[in-house]
Design a protein around this ligand. Structure first.
Ligand SMILES: [Mg+2]
Length: 219
């Protein structure tokens, strides 16, 4: 049996603390949102928290909103590294976050890819973003209110997964493109995502406020 929280479906699903049922959640991509995207990171020494992520997670936690990490890890499917390396990277990330007083409630990671090695190869992996599988699994098993939840990502696939899962909106950091039927606020970097997150946390109608924020941001 695997020493890691990986089920028969090969998905890493780890609940670190269980949120109150019915709560909304802040879904976070890992690479390019929590830590610098170093492409197939397998060395814990490459972990570098991005500016602004601690403030965002702190604001969410202060409001009783759990942070849920959903990360594509096709490097595992491609045979570039394994769950032990993923675990080592994650432990370093969690240590750095804990030192700053924040912690995700759950982490989900998907190793599948259409071009992965046979054991991990799926033509259209339901758990891999842009598909909504990881978000739906977390929302259903933790009893979260997906329709009131928000996603921060650095790729259009993050926004597509959020939209397909029925989330209320997303914040796209960096230059990515997103064509989705969901309000998407564009932030230049993670630090710039704090303001729309705070708006969302303070407001019961996140979608409309995000639209307003987007209009404001684009002038
Ligand atoms: Mg990313």
């Amino acid at each position: 049996m695997s020493p890691f929280p990986v089920g028969p479906d090969q998905i890493w699903y780890e609940v670190r603390h269980r949120p109150a049922p019915g709560t909304r959640a802040l879904f976070l991509d890992r690479d390019g949102v929590i830590i610098r995207d170093r492409h197939y990171l397998r060395d814990p020494d490459g972990v570098e928290l991005l500016d602004g992520i601690v403030a965002i997670m702190r604001a969410a936690q202060r409001s009783g909103v759990p942070c849920i990490v959903v990360t594509n890890q096709s490097g595992i499917g491609r045979g570039l590294f394994g769950w032990p390396e993923f675990y080592a990277v994650q432990e370093r990330m969690l240590e750095d976050l804990a030192r700053a007083g924040v912690a995700p409630a759950a982490v989900l990671a998907c190793p599948h890819h259409p071009e992965a090695k046979a054991a991990y190869r799926l033509a259209d992996p339901p758990m891999r973003k842009p598909n909504p599988g990881m978000i739906l699994r977390a929302a259903e098993s933790l009893g979260l209110s997906a329709a009131e939840s928000l996603m921060i990502g650095d790729k259009g696939d993050d926004m597509a997964a959020a939209a397909a899962a029925g989330l209320s909106g997303g914040i796209l950091v960096g230059p990515g493109e997103a064509a989705v039927a969901m309000p998407v606020h564009r932030a230049g970097d993670v630090r710039a995502a704090l303001e729309p997150v705070e708006t969302w946390l303070a407001d019961g109608a996140p979608a409309s406020r995000l639209r307003a924020a987007e209009t404001h941001a684009t002038g």
